[in-house]
Design a protein around this ligand. Structure first.
Ligand code: GDP
Ligand code: MG
Length: 307
């Protein structure tokens, strides 16, 4: 769409309008997806207590009175395990978001004491403005927080340091102000009614994946991926969704299906409720489990699954 048309869509876009890309970076589990959902006041990215749940970069478009911030939730930056191509692809995506961004929001937890607590090495290579946000302040007292802020300030010349609690939506206005001030002047990239670049189908797959993360222990979630094979909207009756859970071994497939299919039924019911809440309409969800041996290590499989 041409910019001139966009300007008509957004009444406030005068010369003072700011627009740009903002990458949310940080180690797995610091709360990047929680922040994105809190800023959007809507659940777009999947959040679970386990690290490395986010595999794709999801964008969410946040429209303010005089700005448009395109937020990129990234897989965390971490040391990929040798031979696990999925992990390499995740870190590559996070680094590429860093390169695409106008502003970086680096997220950390309040226990910053040394350089190993921040991905300093990766950010030193960029000259982009960086806002350090210290998340989960609901879990610590000021006595812990203030030395952490001092330590961070000594490590790197951050544009701003903003303490927040993404979970309790605390400090978000301050964070948004800081981000906004650093965005370049310019017209919006997207019309105001666009929330994300991904189709509903993508989120349906992510919700099923999240459900598996919530329902299973350590091993299973990391070996699975989900594809949505059919998503037919129907005028009358419920939308029909058929999805396949791919896993690496037949033993894992057996666990996911369970005795007489009970485990799969439980996942399906839980996921369906979440999908209905997300879409705002009832759906019929059909789930299958298939084995794809060692898919996380094979380039062709990863490509097929969209990694
Ligand atoms: P990501 O891997 O960086 O995307 O982290 P997630 O957003 O998935 O969050 C990881 C875990 O931290 C989840 O269990 C969240 O509920 C939790 N979490 C996120 N933000 C906060 C916060 O502000 N306070 C507390 N106490 N927990 C949080
Ligand atoms: Mg995440």
């Amino acid at each position: 769409m041409e910019n001139s048309r966009l300007e008509k869509l957004i009444p406030d876009s005068g010369s003072q309008f700011r627009a740009g890309y903002v990458a949310l970076l940080g180690k797995p589990n610091v709360g990047k997806s929680t922040l994105l959902n809190a800023l959007m006041k809507q659940k777009l990215a999947i959040v679970t207590p386990k690290p490395q749940t986010t595999r794709h970069t999801t964008i969410a478009i946040l429209n303010g009175k005089n700005f448009q911030a395109i937020l990129m939730d990234t897989p965390g930056i971490f040391q990929p395990k040798k031979g696990v191509r999925l992990q390499q692809s995740m870190v590559r995506k996070a680094i590429s978001a860093l390169n695409d961004a106008d502003v970086l929001v680096l997220m950390a937890e309040p226990d910053i004491s040394s350089e190993k607590d921040l991905p300093i090495r990766e950010i030193r290579r960029t000259d982009k403005p960086i806002v350090l946000t210290i998340n989960k302040i609901d879990t610590v007292s000021k006595k812990v927080l203030l030395p952490a802020i001092d330590a961070a300030r000594r490590m790197y010349d951050f544009q701003e340091i903003v303490p927040i609690s993404a979970l309790r939506a605390d400090g978000l206005d301050e964070l948004l102000d800081s981000i906004m001030r650093l965005l370049p002047f310019g017209s919006p990239f997207y019309p105001p009614d666009v929330l994300t670049d991904k189709p509903e189908r993508f989120f349906v797959g992510e919700i099923i994946r999240e459900t598996i993360f919530v329902c299973y222990g350590q091993e299973i979630p990391y070996t699975t991926t989900v594809t949505v094979e059919d998503f037919s909207e129907r005028d009358k009756g419920k939308d029909f969704i058929r999805a396949v859970i791919h896993t690496e071994r037949s033993s894992q497939k057996a666990i996911l299906i369970g005795r007489k299919g009970e485990a799969l039924k439980r996942i399906g019911e839980k996921a369906r409720k979440e999908i209905e809440e997300f879409l705002g309409r009832p759906v019929y969800l059909e789930l299958w489990v298939k084995t794809r041996k060692d898919w996380r290590k094979k380039a062709s499989d990863l490509k097929e699954f969209g990694y």
